[in-house]
Ligand binder design. Structure first.
Ligand code: KG4
Ligand code: ZN
Length: 339
């Protein structure tokens, strides 16, 4: 079975084809970063308009690619939420239109389930059960995954998501958008000993996160110094180290609490190299194994949606059609509420 996956929840237009027998056939992404950069963040209305402009040509380019040509698409999976409502509606309407035209099932996918399942696209996928650290621009959470579809949130951000904290911190340091990669780039030249930032909520029991205090601490530090290139690099490094340490501590705590031996890291912040290296070191020191998607599948993409769609279709025995699904999108949608 070949599933076309469509991702339009935020500022990336993604499309991919996943074959349940042969694996990922191809995937393509059209990033809107250049469009939003001048505003220092995502402008929802512009995001939706750009998806309208980009999505059909992107789908056309992969459906007619020699790697897929002559092969029928058997189902269309699309991101139904959470995300920006206008952006989601573009993907939903195109997906449901195609499913109607091709007379194939369409299935709305939960964006965070897509992220969570992205490591399954790799050569050595994790076995179930596992704990997942989902860290994106809109969400930060630790989830216990007993089996696919059974997600228990162990802890989550009480305020800013980890990616959001990276984005806001980059902005106040005068770095570009998106902030995560910009902070990481600046931090490479930073002195890790110059500033020591707090690790929020690590001394309290539980698995929730809070990054807004760290953001304020960063702002206060920035205001006290002249922001020359070295100081920006030093602050970026202190901030990155604080986020990475905090996430590591909570991951190890989640593994201990659940008794799981595997942890999956996914979502845009999962592309952070310092986080990947530190988690690998520290978590593997406890006897557990860390799994990541490749960095390009940490950030938003169509491949994870095509894969999650294939899993959902399999669970439902293919018994789903676009008529039941309609055009409903769910901008706010807890991962615990997936049907
Ligand atoms: O998962 P994602 O692509 O979109 C959402 O679903 O939100 O995550 C985007 C977030 C942004 O906040 C971005 O700054 C962050 O992921 N990000 C990173 C890195 N690459 C992307 N954060 C830290 N380090 C990175 N290398
Ligand atoms: Zn995402």
């Amino acid at each position: 079975m070949r599933i076309l996956g469509i991702e339009t929840s935020c500022d990336d237009t993604g499309a991919a084809i996943y074959d349940t027998a042969a694996g990922l056939v191809l995937h393509r992404l059209a990033s809107q970063v250049d469009l939003h950069r001048q505003y220092g963040g995502v402008v929802p209305e512009l995001a939706a308009r750009d998806h309208i402009r980009t999505l059909l040509p992107l789908i056309d380019s992969i459906v007619t690619d020699p790697a897929n040509q002559d092969s029928k698409i058997d189902a269309v999976a699309w991101t139904a939420g959470p995300g920006l409502s206008g952006a989601l509606l573009v993907g939903a309407s195109v997906a449901c239109g195609l499913s109607e035209a091709w007379a194939v099932p369409s299935i709305g996918v939960h964006h965070m389930e897509g992220h969570l399942l992205a490591p399954m696209l790799e050569a050595h996928p994790p076995q179930l059960p596992f704990v997942a650290l989902l860290v994106s621009g809109g969400h930060s959470m630790l989830v216990d995954v007993e089996r696919i579809g059974h997600y228990r949130v162990l802890g989550q951000s009480l305020d800013d998501a980890a990616g959001e904290a990276f984005d806001k911190t980059a902005k106040l340091l005068g770095l570009g958008y998106p902030g995560g990669p910009e902070i990481a780039r600046a931090a490479v030249n930073g002195d890790p000993k110059r500033f020591d930032f707090p690790r929020p909520m690590v001394n309290r029991p539980g698995l929730d996160f809070s990054f807004s205090g760290l953001k304020t601490y960063t702002r206060t530090t920035a205001l006290k110094h002249e922001l020359d290139q070295q100081t920006v690099a030093d602050i970026a490094r202190a901030f990155e180290d604080a986020v990475v340490d905090t996430l590591c501590i909570k991951c190890i705590r989640a593994l201990k609490q659940t008794g799981r031996k595997r942890i999956v890291i996914a979502g845009g912040v999962g592309a952070n190299m310092r986080l990947r290296a530190k988690l690998k070191n520290e978590v593997e020191g406890t006897g557990a194994v860390v799994y990541y998607p490749r960095p390009e599948f940490c950030t938003d993409n169509g491949a994870m949606i095509a894969y999650a769609g294939s899993v959902r279709l399999n669970m439902l025995g293919g018994q789903i059609g676009n008529k039941q699904q309609g055009f409903e999108v769910r901008p706010r949608w807890s991962i615990e509420d997936i049907q």
